[in-house]
Design a protein around this ligand. Sequence first.
Ligand code: ADP
Ligand code: MG
Length: 614
Amino acid sequence: MDDVIKLLPDSVANQIAAGEVIQRPASAVKELMENSIDAGATHMKLIVKDAGKTLIQLVDNGKGMTETDARLCFERHATSKISSASDLFSIRTMGFRGEALASIAAISRVEMKTKTADDQVGTEIIIEGSVHESQQPCQCPTGTNISVKNLFFNTPARRNFLKSEQVEKGHIFNEFVRVALSNPSIAFELFQNNLLTHKFEKSNLKQRIVSIFGNPYQQRLVPVDEKTDIISIHGYVLKPEFAKKRKNEQFFFVNSRYIRSPYLSHAVEQAYLDLIPEDMYPSFFLFLETDPSQIDVNVHPTKTEIKFQDERYVYQIIKTTVKRSLGKFNITPTLDFERETAFDDLVTEKNKPVSPPSIQVNPDYNPFKSDHASSFQQQGLSGRIKPEQWESMFPGKEEMPFQRSKGASAQQSVDSQDWGAHDADTSSKKFIHLQNRYILVPVKSGLMVVDHEKAHERILFERFMHILEHKNAVSQQLLFPESIILLDSDAEVLIDIMPQFKTLGFDIVEVSKGTFVVNAVPGDFVNKGNIQNLVEGIIEQYKQYETDPKADSHTGIARSLAKRLSLKPGKPLCEEEMTALIDALFACQLPYQSPFGKATVSILSLQELSEKFK
Ligand code: ADP
Ligand code: MG
Protein backbone atom coordinates (compact mmCIF):
# COMPACT_ATOMS: atom_id res chain seq x y z
CA MET A 1 0.00 0.00 0.00
CA ASP A 2 1.19 3.51 -0.80
CA ASP A 3 1.96 6.00 1.94
CA VAL A 4 -1.12 8.08 2.56
CA ILE A 5 0.04 10.68 5.02
CA LYS A 6 1.01 13.99 3.45
CA LEU A 7 2.15 17.18 5.04
CA LEU A 8 -0.27 20.01 4.38
CA PRO A 9 1.21 22.78 2.32
CA ASP A 10 1.88 25.89 4.42
CA SER A 11 -0.80 27.88 2.62
CA VAL A 12 -3.47 25.38 3.62
CA ALA A 13 -2.19 25.12 7.17
CA ASN A 14 -2.25 28.89 7.40
CA GLN A 15 -5.78 29.01 6.09
CA ILE A 16 -6.94 26.54 8.67
CA ALA A 17 -5.17 28.39 11.45
CA ALA A 18 -6.60 31.64 10.17
CA GLY A 19 -10.05 30.37 10.99
CA GLU A 20 -9.06 30.35 14.62
CA VAL A 21 -7.43 33.76 14.79
CA ILE A 22 -9.41 35.74 12.23
CA GLN A 23 -13.09 35.04 12.59
CA ARG A 24 -14.31 38.30 11.16
CA PRO A 25 -12.94 41.60 9.90
CA ALA A 26 -12.88 42.94 13.44
CA SER A 27 -10.35 40.26 14.43
CA ALA A 28 -7.97 41.52 11.75
CA VAL A 29 -8.48 45.07 13.00
CA LYS A 30 -7.58 43.98 16.50
CA GLU A 31 -4.43 42.16 15.42
CA LEU A 32 -3.21 45.04 13.29
CA MET A 33 -3.83 47.60 16.00
CA GLU A 34 -2.08 45.48 18.61
CA ASN A 35 0.94 45.12 16.37
CA SER A 36 1.12 48.89 16.02
CA ILE A 37 1.00 49.33 19.77
CA ASP A 38 3.80 46.83 20.17
CA ALA A 39 5.73 48.77 17.54
CA GLY A 40 5.52 51.87 19.74
CA ALA A 41 3.21 53.89 17.51
CA THR A 42 1.88 57.17 18.92
CA HIS A 43 -0.52 57.73 16.07
CA MET A 44 -2.74 55.24 14.28
CA LYS A 45 -5.08 55.72 11.37
CA LEU A 46 -7.58 52.97 10.67
CA ILE A 47 -9.36 52.97 7.34
CA VAL A 48 -12.22 50.58 6.80
CA LYS A 49 -14.38 50.01 3.72
CA ASP A 50 -17.55 47.93 3.52
CA ALA A 51 -17.26 46.88 7.13
CA GLY A 52 -13.77 45.59 6.45
CA LYS A 53 -14.73 43.20 3.67
CA THR A 54 -13.16 45.31 0.95
CA LEU A 55 -10.43 47.06 2.92
CA ILE A 56 -8.86 47.29 6.36
CA GLN A 57 -5.88 49.59 6.37
CA LEU A 58 -3.77 50.61 9.33
CA VAL A 59 -1.21 53.36 9.08
CA ASP A 60 1.07 53.73 12.08
CA ASN A 61 4.15 55.75 12.99
CA GLY A 62 5.75 52.93 14.93
CA LYS A 63 9.25 51.59 14.57
CA GLY A 64 8.61 49.86 11.24
CA MET A 65 10.42 46.81 9.90
CA THR A 66 13.64 46.13 8.07
CA GLU A 67 13.53 44.49 4.66
CA THR A 68 14.15 41.03 6.11
CA ASP A 69 11.62 41.44 8.90
CA ALA A 70 9.06 42.68 6.41
CA ARG A 71 9.33 39.39 4.56
CA LEU A 72 9.60 37.20 7.66
CA CYS A 73 6.64 38.68 9.48
CA PHE A 74 4.21 36.76 7.27
CA GLU A 75 5.79 33.42 8.12
CA ARG A 76 3.98 31.24 10.60
CA HIS A 77 5.40 31.57 14.12
CA ALA A 78 7.35 34.61 13.04
CA THR A 79 7.51 36.90 16.00
CA SER A 80 10.02 39.34 17.33
CA LYS A 81 8.49 39.12 20.77
CA ILE A 82 9.62 35.84 22.24
CA SER A 83 12.67 33.77 21.65
CA SER A 84 12.38 31.14 24.35
CA ALA A 85 9.62 29.35 26.18
CA SER A 86 10.40 31.18 29.42
CA ASP A 87 9.51 34.45 27.71
CA LEU A 88 5.96 33.22 27.64
CA PHE A 89 5.66 33.84 31.36
CA SER A 90 6.80 37.41 31.33
CA ILE A 91 5.16 38.65 28.20
CA ARG A 92 3.80 42.17 28.32
CA THR A 93 3.28 42.88 24.66
CA MET A 94 0.02 42.38 22.84
CA GLY A 95 0.86 39.66 20.41
CA PHE A 96 3.38 36.89 20.73
CA ARG A 97 1.96 33.90 18.94
CA GLY A 98 3.41 35.05 15.68
CA GLU A 99 0.47 33.90 13.65
CA ALA A 100 -1.69 36.93 13.04
CA LEU A 101 0.00 38.24 9.94
CA ALA A 102 0.54 34.76 8.53
CA SER A 103 -3.15 34.06 9.05
CA ILE A 104 -4.33 37.33 7.55
CA ALA A 105 -2.06 36.91 4.54
CA ALA A 106 -3.46 33.42 3.97
CA ILE A 107 -7.00 34.65 3.48
CA SER A 108 -6.64 38.05 1.82
CA ARG A 109 -4.46 40.25 -0.30
CA VAL A 110 -2.03 42.19 1.89
CA GLU A 111 -0.13 45.22 0.69
CA MET A 112 2.40 46.56 3.16
CA LYS A 113 4.84 49.45 3.15
CA THR A 114 7.20 49.72 6.06
CA LYS A 115 10.38 51.55 7.01
CA THR A 116 12.54 51.88 10.11
CA ALA A 117 14.04 55.19 11.24
CA ASP A 118 17.54 53.91 10.41
CA ASP A 119 16.71 53.10 6.80
CA GLN A 120 16.53 55.58 3.95
CA VAL A 121 14.15 53.49 1.89
CA GLY A 122 11.33 51.27 2.94
CA THR A 123 10.04 47.94 1.70
CA GLU A 124 6.80 47.26 -0.13
CA ILE A 125 5.44 43.74 -0.07
CA ILE A 126 2.37 42.29 -1.73
CA ILE A 127 1.17 38.86 -0.73
CA GLU A 128 -2.07 37.13 -1.62
CA GLY A 129 -3.37 33.84 -0.23
CA SER A 130 0.08 33.25 1.35
CA VAL A 131 1.77 33.71 -2.04
CA HIS A 132 4.39 36.45 -2.27
CA GLU A 133 3.59 38.50 -5.35
CA SER A 134 6.19 41.19 -5.10
CA GLN A 135 8.73 42.83 -2.89
CA GLN A 136 10.53 46.06 -3.73
CA PRO A 137 12.07 49.13 -2.16
CA CYS A 138 9.76 52.11 -1.78
CA GLN A 139 9.60 55.64 -0.46
CA CYS A 140 7.53 55.86 2.70
CA PRO A 141 7.63 57.46 6.12
CA THR A 142 8.95 55.58 9.16
CA GLY A 143 6.28 53.21 10.39
CA THR A 144 4.04 50.63 8.84
CA ASN A 145 1.17 51.04 6.43
CA ILE A 146 -0.63 47.76 5.94
CA SER A 147 -3.71 47.14 3.81
CA VAL A 148 -5.79 44.00 4.04
CA LYS A 149 -7.97 43.66 0.94
CA ASN A 150 -10.76 41.25 0.10
CA LEU A 151 -10.64 39.40 3.36
CA PHE A 152 -11.87 35.76 3.10
CA PHE A 153 -11.69 35.89 -0.71
CA ASN A 154 -10.55 32.24 -0.77
CA THR A 155 -12.62 31.00 2.16
CA PRO A 156 -16.22 31.41 0.95
CA ALA A 157 -17.68 29.56 3.91
CA ARG A 158 -16.13 32.07 6.25
CA ARG A 159 -17.20 34.98 4.07
CA ASN A 160 -20.80 33.78 3.90
CA PHE A 161 -20.84 33.36 7.61
CA LEU A 162 -20.31 37.08 8.13
CA LYS A 163 -23.22 39.03 9.53
CA SER A 164 -24.79 42.15 8.11
CA GLU A 165 -22.65 45.17 7.35
CA GLN A 166 -24.09 46.91 10.41
CA VAL A 167 -23.13 44.07 12.72
CA GLU A 168 -19.60 43.72 11.35
CA LYS A 169 -19.10 47.48 11.58
CA GLY A 170 -20.22 47.27 15.18
CA HIS A 171 -17.61 44.60 15.92
CA ILE A 172 -14.90 46.68 14.31
CA PHE A 173 -15.90 49.71 16.27
CA ASN A 174 -15.85 47.72 19.50
CA GLU A 175 -12.30 46.59 18.85
CA PHE A 176 -11.29 50.11 17.93
CA VAL A 177 -12.81 51.46 21.15
CA ARG A 178 -11.12 48.84 23.32
CA VAL A 179 -7.72 49.67 21.90
CA ALA A 180 -8.38 53.41 22.10
CA LEU A 181 -9.47 53.11 25.74
CA SER A 182 -6.43 51.19 26.83
CA ASN A 183 -4.06 53.54 25.04
CA PRO A 184 -5.14 57.10 25.78
CA SER A 185 -1.64 58.39 25.04
CA ILE A 186 -1.95 57.25 21.44
CA ALA A 187 -3.86 59.40 18.93
CA PHE A 188 -6.40 57.59 16.76
CA GLU A 189 -8.37 58.28 13.63
CA LEU A 190 -11.05 56.08 12.16
CA PHE A 191 -12.20 56.43 8.57
CA GLN A 192 -15.22 54.46 7.43
CA ASN A 193 -16.03 54.45 3.73
CA ASN A 194 -13.80 57.50 3.18
CA LEU A 195 -15.35 59.47 6.01
CA LEU A 196 -13.44 60.46 9.13
CA THR A 197 -15.88 59.23 11.76
CA HIS A 198 -13.75 59.33 14.91
CA LYS A 199 -10.69 61.24 15.95
CA PHE A 200 -9.17 60.96 19.39
CA GLU A 201 -6.29 63.20 20.40
CA LYS A 202 -3.57 62.01 22.71
CA SER A 203 -4.99 62.45 26.22
CA ASN A 204 -5.55 60.83 29.59
CA LEU A 205 -7.96 58.02 30.40
CA LYS A 206 -10.77 60.23 31.61
CA GLN A 207 -10.64 62.48 28.58
CA ARG A 208 -10.43 59.45 26.31
CA ILE A 209 -13.58 57.99 27.84
CA VAL A 210 -15.32 61.32 27.44
CA SER A 211 -14.27 61.68 23.83
CA ILE A 212 -15.57 58.20 23.05
CA PHE A 213 -18.80 58.26 25.02
CA GLY A 214 -19.64 61.94 25.05
CA ASN A 215 -19.34 64.99 27.25
CA PRO A 216 -21.95 64.01 29.84
CA TYR A 217 -19.53 61.29 30.99
CA GLN A 218 -17.31 64.00 32.42
CA GLN A 219 -19.64 64.22 35.40
CA ARG A 220 -20.58 60.57 35.58
CA LEU A 221 -17.26 58.95 36.24
CA VAL A 222 -16.10 57.90 39.67
CA PRO A 223 -12.37 57.20 39.92
CA VAL A 224 -11.11 53.88 41.23
CA ASP A 225 -7.57 53.40 42.45
CA GLU A 226 -6.13 50.64 44.60
CA LYS A 227 -2.88 48.77 44.90
CA THR A 228 -2.21 45.50 46.63
CA ASP A 229 0.84 43.27 46.52
CA ILE A 230 -0.64 41.10 43.84
CA ILE A 231 -2.72 43.44 41.77
CA SER A 232 -3.40 47.09 41.19
CA ILE A 233 -6.68 48.47 39.93
CA HIS A 234 -7.41 51.84 38.46
CA GLY A 235 -9.95 53.39 36.17
CA TYR A 236 -13.47 54.64 36.46
CA VAL A 237 -16.89 53.32 37.27
CA LEU A 238 -20.11 55.10 36.43
CA LYS A 239 -22.28 56.59 39.11
CA PRO A 240 -25.12 54.22 39.97
CA GLU A 241 -27.84 56.39 38.46
CA PHE A 242 -26.29 55.83 35.03
CA ALA A 243 -26.62 52.09 35.17
CA LYS A 244 -27.76 50.55 31.91
CA LYS A 245 -30.10 47.83 30.76
CA ARG A 246 -27.20 46.28 28.84
CA LYS A 247 -23.71 45.32 29.81
CA ASN A 248 -22.19 46.93 26.76
CA GLU A 249 -20.13 49.48 28.64
CA GLN A 250 -18.28 47.10 30.87
CA PHE A 251 -14.57 47.15 30.15
CA PHE A 252 -11.85 45.19 31.87
CA PHE A 253 -8.26 45.45 30.83
CA VAL A 254 -5.54 43.30 32.27
CA ASN A 255 -2.05 44.64 31.67
CA SER A 256 -3.64 46.86 29.02
CA ARG A 257 -5.26 43.97 27.25
CA TYR A 258 -9.04 43.98 26.94
CA ILE A 259 -10.56 40.91 28.48
CA ARG A 260 -14.04 39.55 28.87
CA SER A 261 -14.79 38.14 32.28
CA PRO A 262 -18.33 37.52 33.44
CA TYR A 263 -16.86 36.45 36.76
CA LEU A 264 -15.05 39.71 37.40
CA SER A 265 -17.97 41.75 36.04
CA HIS A 266 -20.05 40.06 38.67
CA ALA A 267 -17.66 41.37 41.30
CA VAL A 268 -18.31 44.93 40.15
CA GLU A 269 -22.05 44.32 39.98
CA GLN A 270 -21.95 43.10 43.57
CA ALA A 271 -20.47 46.41 44.62
CA TYR A 272 -23.57 48.15 43.23
CA LEU A 273 -25.94 45.69 44.83
CA ASP A 274 -28.37 47.92 46.64
CA LEU A 275 -27.66 50.97 44.50
CA ILE A 276 -29.26 50.00 41.25
CA PRO A 277 -32.35 48.04 40.26
CA GLU A 278 -31.85 44.36 39.70
CA ASP A 279 -32.25 44.39 35.94
CA MET A 280 -29.72 47.18 35.42
CA TYR A 281 -25.95 46.91 35.10
CA PRO A 282 -23.14 49.26 36.00
CA SER A 283 -20.79 50.60 33.36
CA PHE A 284 -17.08 50.60 34.10
CA PHE A 285 -13.61 51.00 32.69
CA LEU A 286 -11.26 49.10 34.94
CA PHE A 287 -7.59 48.43 34.44
CA LEU A 288 -5.91 45.66 36.36
CA GLU A 289 -2.15 45.45 36.45
CA THR A 290 -0.43 42.36 37.67
CA ASP A 291 2.79 40.49 37.28
CA PRO A 292 2.42 38.56 33.99
CA SER A 293 3.39 35.39 35.82
CA GLN A 294 0.12 35.63 37.74
CA ILE A 295 -1.98 35.21 34.63
CA ASP A 296 -2.31 33.02 31.62
CA VAL A 297 -3.47 34.99 28.61
CA ASN A 298 -2.93 32.18 26.21
CA VAL A 299 -6.03 30.23 27.15
CA HIS A 300 -8.01 31.66 24.28
CA PRO A 301 -6.83 32.01 20.69
CA THR A 302 -8.14 35.54 20.37
CA LYS A 303 -6.85 36.32 23.82
CA THR A 304 -9.96 37.93 25.26
CA GLU A 305 -10.13 35.48 28.09
CA ILE A 306 -7.63 35.21 30.82
CA LYS A 307 -6.93 33.09 33.86
CA PHE A 308 -5.74 34.49 37.16
CA GLN A 309 -3.87 32.29 39.55
CA ASP A 310 -6.10 33.42 42.35
CA GLU A 311 -9.39 34.48 40.84
CA ARG A 312 -11.28 34.58 44.10
CA TYR A 313 -8.83 37.03 45.57
CA VAL A 314 -9.04 39.28 42.52
CA TYR A 315 -12.83 39.10 42.74
CA GLN A 316 -12.80 40.28 46.35
CA ILE A 317 -10.34 43.07 45.67
CA ILE A 318 -12.43 44.37 42.79
CA LYS A 319 -15.64 44.26 44.73
CA THR A 320 -14.21 46.01 47.76
CA THR A 321 -12.34 48.63 45.79
CA VAL A 322 -15.34 49.60 43.69
CA LYS A 323 -17.56 49.72 46.73
CA ARG A 324 -15.16 51.99 48.51
CA SER A 325 -14.88 54.28 45.49
CA LEU A 326 -18.65 54.56 45.29
CA GLY A 327 -18.73 55.33 48.98
CA LYS A 328 -16.31 58.20 48.53
CA PHE A 329 -18.31 59.55 45.65
CA ASN A 330 -21.44 59.42 47.71
CA ILE A 331 -20.05 61.90 50.12
CA THR A 332 -19.08 64.53 47.63
CA PRO A 333 -21.45 64.21 44.73
CA THR A 334 -20.77 67.52 43.08
CA LEU A 335 -17.03 67.38 43.28
CA ASP A 336 -15.14 66.31 40.27
CA PHE A 337 -12.43 64.17 41.73
CA GLU A 338 -9.78 65.19 39.33
CA ARG A 339 -10.83 68.80 39.58
CA GLU A 340 -10.46 69.47 35.95
CA THR A 341 -13.24 71.91 35.44
CA ALA A 342 -13.35 75.52 36.49
CA PHE A 343 -16.65 74.78 38.15
CA ASP A 344 -14.80 73.24 41.05
CA ASP A 345 -13.74 76.64 42.18
CA LEU A 346 -17.35 77.28 43.00
CA VAL A 347 -17.67 74.12 44.96
CA THR A 348 -14.72 74.27 47.23
CA GLU A 349 -13.37 77.13 49.15
CA LYS A 350 -10.09 78.32 47.79
CA ASN A 351 -7.06 76.78 49.44
CA LYS A 352 -9.19 74.47 51.46
CA PRO A 353 -8.62 70.96 50.21
CA VAL A 354 -11.54 68.61 50.36
CA SER A 355 -10.30 65.82 52.50
CA PRO A 356 -11.58 62.41 51.56
CA PRO A 357 -13.93 60.98 54.13
CA SER A 358 -12.62 58.38 56.48
CA ILE A 359 -14.13 54.98 56.06
CA GLN A 360 -13.85 53.76 59.58
CA VAL A 361 -16.84 51.87 60.74
CA ASN A 362 -18.11 52.75 64.15
CA PRO A 363 -21.27 50.77 64.67
CA ASP A 364 -22.02 52.43 67.97
CA TYR A 365 -21.82 55.91 66.63
CA ASN A 366 -25.06 57.80 67.13
CA PRO A 367 -25.48 60.47 64.51
CA PHE A 368 -28.34 62.20 66.24
CA LYS A 369 -27.90 65.28 68.20
CA SER A 370 -29.65 65.13 71.53
CA ASP A 371 -31.68 68.24 70.80
CA HIS A 372 -33.40 66.72 67.79
CA ALA A 373 -36.49 65.50 69.49
CA SER A 374 -37.98 63.54 66.67
CA SER A 375 -39.10 60.21 65.49
CA PHE A 376 -35.75 59.68 63.79
CA GLN A 377 -33.92 59.77 67.03
CA GLN A 378 -34.15 56.10 67.77
CA GLN A 379 -32.69 55.15 64.48
CA GLY A 380 -29.18 54.16 65.38
CA LEU A 381 -27.21 53.46 62.25
CA SER A 382 -23.83 52.12 61.54
CA GLY A 383 -22.84 55.68 60.89
CA ARG A 384 -19.78 56.31 58.81
CA ILE A 385 -20.13 59.92 57.96
CA LYS A 386 -20.57 62.42 60.65
CA PRO A 387 -23.20 65.08 60.24
CA GLU A 388 -20.42 67.65 60.41
CA GLN A 389 -19.24 66.28 57.14
CA TRP A 390 -22.37 66.97 55.25
CA GLU A 391 -22.81 70.20 57.10
CA SER A 392 -19.48 71.23 55.71
CA MET A 393 -21.26 71.38 52.40
CA PHE A 394 -23.20 74.35 53.72
CA PRO A 395 -22.05 77.88 53.16
CA GLY A 396 -20.62 79.72 56.11
CA LYS A 397 -23.22 81.26 58.37
CA GLU A 398 -22.83 84.72 56.97
CA GLU A 399 -23.70 83.39 53.53
CA MET A 400 -26.85 81.63 54.59
CA PRO A 401 -29.68 83.16 52.63
CA PHE A 402 -32.15 82.59 55.41
CA GLN A 403 -30.06 84.19 58.04
CA ARG A 404 -30.29 87.88 58.69
CA SER A 405 -28.92 90.17 61.30
CA LYS A 406 -30.96 93.00 62.72
CA GLY A 407 -29.13 95.67 60.76
CA ALA A 408 -30.06 94.23 57.41
CA SER A 409 -28.56 95.77 54.33
CA ALA A 410 -30.70 96.95 51.43
CA GLN A 411 -30.06 93.72 49.62
CA GLN A 412 -31.05 91.70 52.60
CA SER A 413 -34.27 93.55 53.08
CA VAL A 414 -35.25 92.68 49.54
CA ASP A 415 -34.66 89.11 50.56
CA SER A 416 -36.75 89.47 53.62
CA GLN A 417 -39.79 90.39 51.60
CA ASP A 418 -39.52 87.04 49.94
CA TRP A 419 -38.87 85.12 53.06
CA GLY A 420 -41.45 86.85 55.18
CA ALA A 421 -39.89 89.27 57.63
CA HIS A 422 -43.11 88.91 59.58
CA ASP A 423 -42.00 85.48 60.61
CA ALA A 424 -39.71 86.02 63.55
CA ASP A 425 -38.44 82.46 63.31
CA THR A 426 -36.74 82.80 59.95
CA SER A 427 -33.42 83.68 61.50
CA SER A 428 -32.87 80.04 62.42
CA LYS A 429 -34.61 78.56 59.43
CA LYS A 430 -32.43 76.22 57.43
CA PHE A 431 -34.89 74.30 55.31
CA ILE A 432 -37.96 74.70 53.16
CA HIS A 433 -40.34 71.81 52.77
CA LEU A 434 -41.72 72.07 49.28
CA GLN A 435 -45.06 70.32 48.65
CA ASN A 436 -44.51 68.45 51.90
CA ARG A 437 -42.15 66.31 49.96
CA TYR A 438 -38.91 68.01 48.96
CA ILE A 439 -36.59 69.50 51.51
CA LEU A 440 -34.63 72.41 50.07
CA VAL A 441 -31.28 73.09 51.65
CA PRO A 442 -28.79 75.74 50.58
CA VAL A 443 -25.33 74.21 50.29
CA LYS A 444 -22.03 75.63 49.21
CA SER A 445 -22.32 74.40 45.68
CA GLY A 446 -25.92 75.51 45.18
CA LEU A 447 -29.26 74.17 46.24
CA MET A 448 -29.66 70.67 47.57
CA VAL A 449 -33.08 69.08 47.14
CA VAL A 450 -33.85 66.02 49.25
CA ASP A 451 -36.79 63.79 48.39
CA HIS A 452 -38.03 62.96 51.87
CA GLU A 453 -39.52 59.61 50.96
CA LYS A 454 -36.46 58.36 49.10
CA ALA A 455 -34.17 59.66 51.83
CA HIS A 456 -36.20 57.94 54.52
CA GLU A 457 -36.16 54.69 52.54
CA ARG A 458 -32.37 54.80 52.54
CA ILE A 459 -32.22 55.50 56.27
CA LEU A 460 -34.63 52.70 57.14
CA PHE A 461 -33.00 50.31 54.72
CA GLU A 462 -29.57 50.68 56.29
CA ARG A 463 -31.08 50.48 59.72
CA PHE A 464 -32.86 47.21 58.96
CA MET A 465 -29.79 45.80 57.26
CA HIS A 466 -27.83 46.67 60.36
CA ILE A 467 -30.35 44.94 62.58
CA LEU A 468 -30.40 41.88 60.34
CA GLU A 469 -26.65 41.65 60.34
CA HIS A 470 -26.07 42.40 64.00
CA LYS A 471 -29.24 40.89 65.38
CA ASN A 472 -29.83 43.78 67.74
CA ALA A 473 -33.52 44.46 67.28
CA VAL A 474 -35.62 46.07 69.92
CA SER A 475 -38.91 44.28 69.94
CA GLN A 476 -42.07 45.23 71.72
CA GLN A 477 -44.37 42.67 73.27
CA LEU A 478 -48.00 43.26 72.30
CA LEU A 479 -50.46 43.56 75.16
CA PHE A 480 -52.98 41.65 73.12
CA PRO A 481 -51.45 39.25 70.63
CA GLU A 482 -53.11 39.73 67.24
CA SER A 483 -53.98 37.03 64.81
CA ILE A 484 -53.62 37.50 61.10
CA ILE A 485 -54.93 35.40 58.25
CA LEU A 486 -53.05 35.23 54.99
CA LEU A 487 -53.66 33.87 51.52
CA ASP A 488 -51.78 30.62 50.90
CA SER A 489 -49.21 32.25 48.66
CA ASP A 490 -48.57 35.04 51.13
CA ALA A 491 -48.34 32.58 54.00
CA GLU A 492 -45.60 30.75 52.12
CA VAL A 493 -43.65 33.94 51.66
CA LEU A 494 -44.02 34.80 55.31
CA ILE A 495 -42.75 31.36 56.35
CA ASP A 496 -39.81 31.81 53.97
CA ILE A 497 -38.79 35.07 55.47
CA MET A 498 -39.71 34.22 59.05
CA PRO A 499 -36.08 33.93 60.23
CA GLN A 500 -35.41 37.50 59.15
CA PHE A 501 -38.71 38.62 60.66
CA LYS A 502 -37.60 37.15 63.96
CA THR A 503 -34.26 38.89 63.75
CA LEU A 504 -36.03 42.16 63.17
CA GLY A 505 -38.01 41.74 66.36
CA PHE A 506 -41.22 40.08 65.23
CA ASP A 507 -42.56 37.18 67.19
CA ILE A 508 -45.00 35.44 64.88
CA VAL A 509 -46.23 31.87 65.23
CA GLU A 510 -48.22 29.89 62.71
CA VAL A 511 -51.16 28.37 64.54
CA SER A 512 -52.85 26.72 61.62
CA LYS A 513 -52.45 26.84 57.86
CA GLY A 514 -52.57 30.49 56.86
CA THR A 515 -53.30 31.73 60.37
CA PHE A 516 -50.61 33.38 62.44
CA VAL A 517 -50.45 34.97 65.84
CA VAL A 518 -48.30 38.04 66.32
CA ASN A 519 -46.95 38.32 69.86
CA ALA A 520 -44.36 41.03 69.39
CA VAL A 521 -43.29 43.53 66.76
CA PRO A 522 -40.20 45.67 66.24
CA GLY A 523 -40.20 48.96 68.13
CA ASP A 524 -40.85 51.01 65.01
CA PHE A 525 -44.02 49.15 64.25
CA VAL A 526 -45.84 50.25 67.32
CA ASN A 527 -48.61 52.65 66.35
CA LYS A 528 -48.06 52.06 62.66
CA GLY A 529 -51.61 50.89 62.22
CA ASN A 530 -53.25 47.58 61.62
CA ILE A 531 -50.74 44.74 61.89
CA GLN A 532 -52.49 42.55 59.32
CA ASN A 533 -52.19 45.36 56.75
CA LEU A 534 -48.62 45.98 57.69
CA VAL A 535 -47.52 42.38 57.29
CA GLU A 536 -49.45 42.01 54.05
CA GLY A 537 -47.87 45.20 52.77
CA ILE A 538 -44.40 43.95 53.51
CA ILE A 539 -45.08 40.62 51.86
CA GLU A 540 -46.50 42.36 48.81
CA GLN A 541 -43.48 44.60 48.60
CA TYR A 542 -41.16 41.67 49.04
CA LYS A 543 -42.84 39.71 46.24
CA GLN A 544 -42.66 42.67 43.94
CA TYR A 545 -38.94 43.24 44.32
CA GLU A 546 -37.67 39.78 44.96
CA THR A 547 -38.62 37.94 41.83
CA ASP A 548 -35.10 36.63 41.73
CA PRO A 549 -35.01 33.73 44.17
CA LYS A 550 -31.22 33.98 44.41
CA ALA A 551 -31.38 37.57 45.61
CA ASP A 552 -30.08 38.02 49.09
CA SER A 553 -33.13 37.92 51.34
CA HIS A 554 -31.74 40.36 53.91
CA THR A 555 -31.64 43.02 51.26
CA GLY A 556 -35.08 42.08 50.02
CA ILE A 557 -36.68 42.32 53.41
CA ALA A 558 -34.87 45.47 54.40
CA ARG A 559 -35.99 47.07 51.15
CA SER A 560 -39.56 45.99 51.62
CA LEU A 561 -39.72 47.28 55.14
CA ALA A 562 -38.09 50.53 54.17
CA LYS A 563 -40.58 51.05 51.39
CA ARG A 564 -43.50 50.15 53.56
CA LEU A 565 -42.56 52.28 56.54
CA SER A 566 -41.03 55.30 54.88
CA LEU A 567 -42.56 58.76 55.05
CA LYS A 568 -44.86 59.30 52.13
CA PRO A 569 -45.11 62.47 50.05
CA GLY A 570 -47.58 64.89 51.57
CA LYS A 571 -46.50 64.29 55.13
CA PRO A 572 -45.63 67.63 56.73
CA LEU A 573 -42.36 67.73 58.66
CA CYS A 574 -41.25 70.27 61.21
CA GLU A 575 -37.83 71.87 61.24
CA GLU A 576 -36.42 69.39 63.77
CA GLU A 577 -37.71 66.45 61.82
CA MET A 578 -36.15 67.73 58.64
CA THR A 579 -32.84 68.30 60.41
CA ALA A 580 -32.92 64.83 61.91
CA LEU A 581 -33.88 63.26 58.61
CA ILE A 582 -30.99 64.90 56.82
CA ASP A 583 -28.58 64.09 59.63
CA ALA A 584 -29.65 60.49 59.50
CA LEU A 585 -29.42 60.41 55.71
CA PHE A 586 -25.86 61.61 55.71
CA ALA A 587 -24.94 59.18 58.42
CA CYS A 588 -25.83 56.43 55.97
CA GLN A 589 -23.16 54.52 54.16
CA LEU A 590 -24.61 55.35 50.80
CA PRO A 591 -26.75 58.43 51.28
CA TYR A 592 -27.26 59.39 47.67
CA GLN A 593 -29.32 56.46 46.48
CA SER A 594 -32.52 54.97 47.73
CA PRO A 595 -32.39 51.19 48.19
CA PHE A 596 -34.17 50.99 44.85
CA GLY A 597 -31.50 52.90 43.04
CA LYS A 598 -33.33 56.20 42.83
CA ALA A 599 -31.63 59.45 43.75
CA THR A 600 -32.39 60.69 47.25
CA VAL A 601 -30.75 64.03 46.70
CA SER A 602 -30.28 66.30 43.76
CA ILE A 603 -28.11 69.36 43.66
CA LEU A 604 -28.93 72.36 41.55
CA SER A 605 -25.48 73.83 41.16
CA LEU A 606 -24.65 77.49 41.19
CA GLN A 607 -23.44 77.09 37.68
CA GLU A 608 -26.74 75.64 36.53
CA LEU A 609 -28.52 78.47 38.28
CA SER A 610 -26.42 81.12 36.66
CA GLU A 611 -27.06 79.45 33.27
CA LYS A 612 -30.76 79.95 33.85
CA PHE A 613 -30.34 83.70 34.23
CA LYS A 614 -28.17 84.24 31.21
P1 ADP B 1 3.02 38.66 16.90
O1 ADP B 1 2.40 40.01 17.05
O2 ADP B 1 2.31 37.63 17.70
O3 ADP B 1 4.50 38.67 17.09
P2 ADP B 1 2.22 38.95 14.18
O4 ADP B 1 1.97 37.96 13.11
O5 ADP B 1 1.09 39.80 14.57
O6 ADP B 1 2.78 38.15 15.42
O7 ADP B 1 3.43 39.87 13.77
C1 ADP B 1 4.69 39.26 13.46
C2 ADP B 1 5.83 40.23 13.67
O8 ADP B 1 5.78 41.26 12.70
C3 ADP B 1 5.82 40.95 14.99
O9 ADP B 1 6.44 40.20 16.00
C4 ADP B 1 6.59 42.23 14.68
O10 ADP B 1 7.98 41.99 14.79
C5 ADP B 1 6.28 42.46 13.22
N1 ADP B 1 5.23 43.49 13.04
C6 ADP B 1 3.92 43.28 12.80
N2 ADP B 1 3.24 44.44 12.66
C7 ADP B 1 4.14 45.42 12.84
C8 ADP B 1 4.05 46.87 12.83
N3 ADP B 1 2.89 47.52 12.63
N4 ADP B 1 5.19 47.57 13.04
C9 ADP B 1 6.38 46.94 13.24
N5 ADP B 1 6.50 45.59 13.28
C10 ADP B 1 5.42 44.83 13.07
MG1 MG C 1 0.52 40.50 16.51
